[in-house]
Every structure is written in C-alpha cells, then in structure tokens.
Design a protein around this ligand. Structure first.
Ligand code: NI
Length: 325
C-alpha cells in the first residue's frame, strides 16, 4: 500500500511539475508530439514474458504508450544517454531506410515486440516512404539525419536549413508524423547550428554513448554483438546503421541477450521522458560548448558523396563499402 501511495505521489508531483513547465519561454511549439502508437499484438503471438528482474512498475508505466504522462519539453539540446532508474535502453538505426535490410530489421523487432528509433537520410525517406509508414505503424520513432549526410559544420546557414527542412518535410509527407529529434551526420554540429535547428524545428540533438563501429571494415556480426553488449548500460543510446547486413545479422542474438539481462527497449523520446520523470526537479542548464559531453568515438570520417544531378537526389544511398554511414 505504501508503494502505491508513493507511486501516486510521484506521478502527481511529475504531472504538477510538468504543467508548471509548459510555459518555458523558449519551448518550441512543435516539440510535443504523440508517442508512437502501440501496435496491437498479433493474436497468434504470445505476450512477452516479464522477466523476474524486469524494471519496476513506474518504468513499465512510463513506457506504456497508451497512458502518456504530460511532461515538459526536453531541457537539454544534446543527449548522449539518459539518466534513468532502471535498465531501459534505446536502440537507434541511422542512414536508412534501406530497401531490403530495414524491413528485415523491422521483422526482427516486431517478433520481439521491441521499439527503436530511426534517424533517416531524407533522400532515402523520399525513395522508400512505405518503409517509413511501416516504422510508424509498428510503434517506432522516426527522426531526421539530414537530406544527404553532409558534415553539417561545413555548411552555411542556407544549406544547413535545407538539409534539415527537406528531410523534415519528407518524413511528414511519408508518414504524417512530425519528427522532434535529429542526429547530425558524424555527430558534428556547432553550438550556433544546434541553436538554429532548435529554433526552426524544435529539434533536440541525439548523439550516443554506445558505438559498435558497425560501419568499419572488416564488418562482422560478432563484433557488433560483442561491442554493444560490452558498452550498454541503463539509459544508453546505442548507435547502429541499418544499411549494413552484418548489423542486421547481429540484432536477433543481441536483442535476446539484452532482454535476458533485464533490459527494456524504448524509443529515444520515451527514454528522455523517463529521464524527465525521474529528475522532475532538475533545472535547465544553459548549454555551453565546453560542457558538451565527449563522444568516445565518432562515426566514420566524412566521405564525399557521389555527385548527383539536381532532381535525382531521391536516389537511395547505396551501402557500398566506403559509403558514408
Ligand atoms: Ni549517419
């Protein structure tokens, strides 16, 4: 009974605080979007078993997308991981959608009832909108990873805006969902650019704390599996690329092993909400360049994309060996 009272108090506190925070002056109007809709479980598939060491009730409740709790917009502009009180993690897949590999990954996720976040390259979104619609229908989060994967720090304001805007619009056109998160290619942006993107799109920048370097040759599924297992902890944001066959090959075993270790899978927005609920009284900290967390390793160094004639940019990125991730 004490537990019930404590939980009730926690949620009342969180809801009250959330209401009070909705008037934050620089809160973007577009940042609050409905959580991805839950997919009704197929009648034939059994309900996923709750492991003995599963996260506590408040975490399961926080992840229940059919009972969303009003929360404030994110107070940070950049996340590499989230502070959460239980083993909840977020898998992210970049650079797709890929016409063959992404549907395979969606099958693997669906079989296990898991959710992930897809940071997509806009020209691939435009080429494969049906895959983007499937992501949303199956409860995944869709997010922006620029139009053609340039190094954003090399761009002027107009090009930067175009890279983000075209992808933003392509995602909305493909699936009707307005994204709220982006990940800069190679994890690189300037503070001034993050501010511009926040102002124009309301986006929060999502980096990572787990990087299996799954793009690096020679690629093997075992390497991806072992590196993710070794680095993952509660609140981790895991960087993978759904354009590499070896990455997709690693996922079934990796998902099963992480589930067996008690991890629960969330979208990035759900993980951020969980952090907000957990640290409901944390004050917003003004971001400074020197306060940015150090990324242990970065993505593959930028490789110039093949030149494409105007009007042909919807051509999908082919996952050639040296293609930028
Ligand atoms: Ni990328």
């Amino acid at each position: 009974m004490q537990t019930v009272r404590a939980l009730t108090a926690f949620f009342l506190l969180a809801a009250t605080w959330a209401t009070a925070q909705t008037a934050v002056p620089d809160a973007p109007a577009t940042v609050i979007v409905p959580l991805p809709e839950a997919t009704p479980a197929a009648p034939a598939s059994p309900a996923p078993a709750v492991p003995a060491d599963s996260p506590p009730m408040e975490v399961r409740r926080a992840l229940a997308v059919d009972t969303p709790v009003a929360l404030p917009p994110p107070t940070k502009m950049v996340y590499t991981h989230c502070q959460v009180p239980a083993p909840v993690i977020a898998f992210t897949f970049d650079d797709g959608p890929h016409p063959d590999l992404t549907p395979k990954l969606l099958d693997i996720l669906k079989e296990r009832g898991l959710k992930a976040t897809f940071f997509m390259v806009g020209r691939n979104v435009a080429a494969y909108p049906q895959i983007v619609r499937r992501m949303v229908a199956e409860g995944h989060e869709v997010a922006n990873h620029s139009w053609s994967h340039p190094l954003l720090t090399s761009l002027g304001d107009t090009s930067l805006d175009s890279q983000i805007r075209r992808t933003h619009e392509a995602i909305i056109k493909a699936c009707g969902v307005t994204p709220t998160l982006y990940r800069p290619p190679y994890g690189q942006t300037r503070l001034s650019q993050r501010k511009k993107i926040k102002e124009a799109f309301g986006y929060t920048s999502i980096l990572w704390d787990v990087d299996p370097l799954d793009w690096q040759s020679p690629r093997t599924a075992k390497k991806v599996h072992d590196r993710v297992l070794a680095q993952t902890k509660s609140g981790s944001i895991i960087l993978c690329h759904d354009i590499h066959a070896t990455t997709i090959e690693a996922m079934p075993g990796l998902f099963d092993e992480l589930k067996a270790r008690g991890y629960q899978f969330a979208t990035v927005s759900q993980l951020m909400e969980l952090e907000a609920m957990t640290a409901a009284t944390a004050a917003a900290t003004p971001e400074k360049e020197e306060n940015l967390p150090t990324i242990p390793v970065t993505e593959q160094p930028p490789v110039p994309l093949p030149a494409s004639a105007p009007g042909t940019e919807a051509t999908p990125v082919s996952p050639a060996p040296q293609q930028a991730p």
